[in-house]
Design a protein around this ligand. Structure first.
Ligand SMILES: Cc1ncc(COP(=O)(O)O)c(C=O)c1O
Length: 385
């Protein structure tokens, strides 16, 4: 179905950057720079500088970034790793593929790990914690780092949704032993396929990730240092990401403007929760704009009928998929979230006019009065970025 307001708009995204992207791709093709060439190193240097760490290691996905960061931190069979129940399955799969046991804890109303639930979940077997910076908001890293330090735990940040977001002025991916990013096409910085990276200040973690992504081989010496994987960040994708990274600050500003317009239009709509939380410590980048409604499924159907594309991240908890074999951790807030959350259209291409369409449809559903004038004028004065 063609949507009047699509969730994301990859074609417009490409058209806006077409000359630069085409030149980057053709540059790789015409020089034969395909695997492990200068474009990869250049992107890694740019990413490390952006995040504020010494090293970035390009891999083929956010999943493998997590997997290699955990292996680099020495996580293996018999260990427990604490993370949240409200995350993409890849976070938990990475723990399981290391042979370790995931221990899932509850999130707060901003969808991020509740630090109060972290310490009680620590046992003798706990070796690491994976805070997930969901929807473009960094977890309460001050408290999480303090608890992890007290108990000698490695912190592996799942920053797949939070490139550019900060906590107390520091960027996601620069707090723990490692930060893990995804450049899946619809992430805030997206490639044209699967891609990811590990960021770290620890040379051992960087070296492990470099070896693991290339079948254990040290490219300088040709020596194999263990059994690894084929999981390198493709050179062409790295070249594309280098074109896009300098635009990220303006795309973040655009997302924040779109979020502000949604807020103006939707604040006070009965039965609707909005994703605006304290920014005393955080600078949120709105990878997703997630609203909550007890009547979520009917609201979603109403929006679909009006040509508005939405997504649900995620409709049921991962332990409700029997084939995954995960024990139910009994997390009532996470269960409730799965029933109520709805992600509205949000990308660097979302326009104020599209926000007006979405706002009007939601207000119509809720039987709320028409969009207030204040929001209308803000919507028309913001530019489409
Ligand atoms: C929170 C979170 N963790 C991990 C991942 C995995 O990233 P990828 O899809 O690149 O493997 C994603 C991506 O969807 C994600 O949103």
């Amino acid at each position: 179905m063609g949507f009047k307001v699509p969730f994301v708009d990859p074609r417009t995204h490409y058209q806006r950057l077409k000359p630069e992207i085409d030149a980057a791709i053709l540059g790789c093709l015409s020089t034969g720079d395909l695997i492990y060439r200068k474009q990869l190193r250049e992107f890694e240097e740019q990413l490390a500088a952006f995040v504020g760490v010494r090293y970035a290691v390009g891999v083929n996905s956010g999943y493998h970034a997590l997997h290699f960061a955990l292996l680099g931190a020495g996580i293996g069979p018999g260990d427990e790793v604490i993370t949240v129940g409200h995350t993409f399955l890849a976070t938990v799969s990475a723990i399981i593929h290391c042979g370790a046991a995931p221990v899932m804890v509850e999130v707060r109303d901003d969808y991020n790990m509740d630090p109060d639930r972290l310490e009680p979940a620590i046992t003798r077997r706990t070796k690491a914690v994976i805070p997930v910076h969901l929807n473009g908001r960094v977890c309460d890293m001050g408290r999480i780092m303090a608890i992890a330090d007290k108990h000698g735990l490695a912190v592996i940040e799942d920053a797949a949704q939070a490139l550019g977001a900060t906590h107390d002025g520091r960027r996601a991916g620069g707090f723990g032993a490692a930060g893990c990013f995804s450049f899946y096409p619809f992430k805030i910085l997206g490639s044209f396929g699967d891609a990811g990276a590990v960021t770290t200040n620890d040379p051992r973690v960087a070296r492990q990730a470099s070896l693991l992504r290339y079948n254990g081989e040290d490219r300088e010496t040709g020596e194999y240092h263990g059994h690894g994987y084929t999981a390198l960040l493709d050179n062409v994708q790295a070249a594309v990401l280098s074109v896009k990274l300098p635009y990220l600050p303006q795309w973040i500003e655009h997302r924040r403007r779109i979020a502000a317009l949604y807020r103006e239009g939707l604040e006070g709509v009965p039965g609707l929760g909005l994703p605006h939380f304290s920014e005393a410590h955080c600078f949120d980048v709105f990878q997703n704009y997630v609203v909550r409604s007890r009547d979520r499924d009917r609201l979603r159907a109403h929006l679909t009928a009006r040509g508005i594309e939405t997504l649900v991240h995620w409709p049921k908890p991962m332990w409700a998929h029997p084939d995954l074999g995960l024990a139910d951790p009994h997390l009532p807030e996470t269960e409730r979230i799965c029933k109520e959350v709805l992600s509205l259209p949000m990308s660097a291409e979302t326009t104020p006019e599209q926000v007006e369409v979405v706002v009007a449809a939601i207000r119509e559903f809720a039987g709320a009065a028409a969009i207030p004038d204040r929001a209308r004028s803000a919507a028309t004065s913001a530019n489409g970025g």
